[in-house]
Design a protein around this ligand. Sequence first.
Ligand code: ADP
Ligand code: GLC
Length: 483
Amino acid sequence: MTLSVLSLASEAVPLIKTGGLADVAGALPGAVAPHGIAMTTMLPGYPAVMRAIGKGRLLHSYPSLMGEPARLIAGKMGDHALIVLDAPGFFSRDGGPYADPAGHDWRDNWRRFAAFGRAAADLAGGAIKRKRFDVVHAHDWQAAMALAYLRFAPASGTDKPLASVMTIHNIAFQGHFGSEVFPQLGLPDSAWSMHGVEYHGGVGFLKAGLEAAGAITTVSPTYAAEIRNPQFGMGLEGVIMAHESRVHGIVNGIDTTLWNPETDEYIAANFGQRSLTRRSTNKRAVEEEFGLEQDEGPLFVVVSRLTWQKGMDVLLEVLDHLVGIGGRLALLGAGDAALEAGFHAAAARHPGRIGVRIGYDEPLAHRMQAGGDAILVPSRFEPCGLTQLYALAYGCVPVVARTGGLADTVIDANIAALGAGTATGVQFDGVNYHALRAAVSRTAALYGERDQWRTIQRNGMKCDFSWSRSGKAYADLYASLAT
Ligand code: ADP
Ligand code: GLC
């Protein structure tokens, strides 16, 4: 029996991306399809999404959805079904999905994503076109209100109960708004409770989704355990604990049709485990692109949002040391202005040794994974992390903080793992100057032992982080909920 699942996301590759959520939402339909799941993805109609869907097929018109005219349009995302909420008043704007061109969150984000949730709830439950889905799967706070609407204010014609999953990609982003928005959400008074949408005196979108969901997932087993504690739960640890038996950690996969060094069209030289020497062409390309000197030392790379979560402030502190021991760094990222300025200053201090590209550049991210010797991921918390998975596949050794999905996916090159021939990278404890400095030194020393380094690279490339295992885990979860 085929189950139909409506996946609700605020971004998805290849249409719109600001981070790993897009990679996951874009890959999920293909990941679950072999396991009998027909997934339809629903996205907000940002300009890039509207251009991609073209005219589409009109499913429904709202004269006013949370104050704006809106339409639901059906089309395709690759081989899979796509439904777009076309609401120009909410989504047809310059800037990013969540913030204006200056980087400030859109002031009406609560209304934009409540509208998305309202329309998703109407669609999921069968109130539109009488087509009901078996399961609705909401990703992060932007999609979470769909589950609250289904629970507290289902449209007439909704088939109940509908199985639901709420996935936390990052609990730091919660969609927390003031209590004044509550009367405008179109929810009954009964929704304003500790087990509804109320959260610390305001409205919590993610919290509302967690309270309403049949199952909660997050993107690695370690993060699923970490968010029970205040240090990682960011205020929602109590909610997580209260629903503990329904929380699952399913590690993300990577889309091997997009991320495969043997076929990647963005890179100068394709290679595999048995042709690792061809990486040197890619390394040279990165050195040239970043204006770096060429020598025998390790080339570190970073592809990251430049934020506190990612430990980029600590990385800045160790850059003099990294250069001092003969390393070089190529960094691609965008984010906090102070961090961007810090990396520019470091590059100016170390010409030829540190190269910085501020911005977002997908092809360059591929080239850096293909040419870098090691990627630095010093995250303070990391629900899953994808760059270390791409690195493993590309023979770029990950150097990671031991947290969340980083802890679950990289095997530290300690003496035991080196002896057993299982090491795939370097892990360190605690995101601070001393720990990261030591990890950089340890990586440089390992790099100096060429045979050992090749073994670490090959071990990583042998790992299977494709979607095959996790696609089945999601499919099994949907099936268990839908019965
Ligand atoms: P997060 O979603 O928290 O940012 P992930 O590691 O899960 O972290 O995913 C980040 C994704 O965004 C990866 O696909 C990575 O390659 C990509 N990425 C991050 N910054 C950039 C950038 N400046 N240019 C291109 N790709 C980037
Ligand atoms: C979030 C997390 C990241 C995760 C991604 C996809 O952006 O920060 O760790 O890999 O979602 O699940």
